[in-house]
Design a protein around this ligand. Structure first.
Ligand code: OAD
Length: 242
């Protein structure tokens, strides 16, 4: 595939909008499509407030598995490209639907996590959120106050954190280059971000081996894997990771 590298100095505000396909190349399963998590597990039983209230241990077991999977995987060249660009350019941000912390592990600092993180836990009784970077299962399932803890993740039917939403809206609205990577574009409100960026005048690029619901919005589409396209698009082929 012929990819002409972008000149990053042509853009003031670069936004990478990522989904499960970004992590797929590191070995983390996606949600939909072949091998997707929601084919193996019913989200109603593992990723909803109701499921957690019904059977918190079952929901914890599922999320302990997600932590274990994420730890077995490492950021790939595409993650590295984004982290390197952040060092070289005044305004590079990541807005991600991923909960695995892979962007941060590769060195990205400006990461807005729309759907929370498997590396945080919260007590709904006390209204506090803690990091839980224990390299394995969650360190505790119950709070010192006696209440069940809850992975700090946006599950189905949950409202997104309004502060995170307004931060993401602000970042996406001011983008002049918006690059969407590895998302099927079916989960809202995240699925509205490409249109928001377009309305703000951004150039839109999609990287995804498969067409998506939102492909028609993009100015350029690269139907290939994230790592390979990102290295070529930003002329960082020397990273040489496939
Ligand atoms: P999906 O699983 O819906 O979509 C993953 C996308 O990644 C698909 O379009 C694939 O074609 C694409 N893909 C696979 N491998 C790729 C690669 N190497 N490079 C680029 N793209 C690749 O995942 P999301 O769109 O992220 O929500 O799903 C959105 C939300 O739905 C998730 O955040 C999660 C899920 O339910 C919550 O957990 C709240």
């Amino acid at each position: 595939m012929n990819i002409t590298p972008l000149n990053t100095t042509d853009y003031d505000h670069i936004v990478f909008f990522t989904g499960a396909g970004m992590s797929a190349e590191s070995g983390v399963p996606t949600y939909r499509g072949s091998g997707g998590i929601w084919h193996e597990y019913r989200w109603e039983d593992y990723a909803s407030q109701e499921a957690w209230k019904r059977n918190p241990d079952k929901v914890f077991d599922f999320h302990d598995e997600r932590r274990k999977e994420a730890l077995k995987c490492n950021p790939h060249a595409g993650h590295e490209v984004i982290a390197l660009l952040e060092q070289d350019h005044p305004d590079v941000s990541v807005v991600t639907q991923n909960i695995d912390g892979m962007h941060q592990r590769s060195g990205s600092r400006k990461v807005t996590e729309l759907h929370g993180s498997i590396w945080r836990i919260r007590c709904e009784e006390e209204g506090v959120i803690h990091e839980d970077m224990n390299p394995g299962p969650y360190a505790a399932r119950k709070c010192n106050c006696g209440a069940w803890l809850r992975p700090d993740i946006i599950w189905f039917s949950d409202y997104l954190n309004p502060n995170i939403l307004s931060q993401a809206d602000e970042i996406v609205s001011r983008a002049d280059l918006f690059i969407s990577i590895g998302t099927s574009g079916v989960v809202w409100p995240a699925a509205g971000y490409p249109q928001l960026a377009k309305s703000g005048g951004a150039k839109l690029i999609e990287i995804n081996p498969e067409p998506t619901e939102l492909s028609h919005l993009y100015d350029q589409i690269y139907p290939d894997k994230a790592g390979k396209v990102l290295q070529k698009l930003f002329d960082l082929l020397h990273l040489n990771i496939t």
